[in-house]
Write a new protein. Structure first.
Length: 151
């Protein structure tokens, strides 16, 4: 393991300003995916890998979204036999960008343009300033407004 680390080229410095969401060309940590697959899927019989397929080898595919703070914001893992749902990935990205820009949360199965929830940390006084047209209160902590920026 140490020999492999020593043979890596030196890291190149990154520019000061980076885009909010960036695709990295760093390899996915396959050992994590394998560990998850081994823990969650039925055990396989010991032996060689000869004759095995991606499904029997417990291969998995993961999607990571890394935020500008270099923290993982989303991690989805799919078995190799299941295609990734790109509509869901785009929906989550829309939600993450909306909630980062406004003090709102998106409900389950939310789609771009639908109503959102004012987060509980926003006081009614602050919400009145931000949403002068008002909101619908379902519970004291559940205030619904139209999606900001969509009129």
């Amino acid at each position: 393991m140490q020999a492999a680390a020593a043979s890596r080229p030196p890291a190149t410095p990154r520019p000061a300003a980076e885009p909010a969401f960036k695709v990295h060309d760093t390899p996915t940590p396959a050992s994590w995916e394998r560990l998850i697959a081994e823990r969650m899927l039925p055990a396989e019989e010991p032996g060689t890998s000869e004759g095995r397929t991606a499904a029997t080898n417990h291969t998995v595919r993961s999607v990571f979204v890394v935020g500008p703070d270099k923290k993982i914001k989303l991690h989805l893992t799919y078995p190799m036999t299941t295609g990734r749902n790109f509509n869901e990935i785009l929906r989550v990205l829309d939600s993450m960008q909306l909630t980062a820009a406004h003090k709102v949360a998106t409900p389950a199965n939310w789609q771009d343009g639908e109503d959102v929830i004012i987060v509980a940390s926003v006081s009614d006084a602050e919400a009145k300033e931000k949403y002068p047209d008002g909101w619908k209160t379902l519970k004291p902590y559940l205030r619904i407004v139209p999606q900001p920026g969509k009129n």
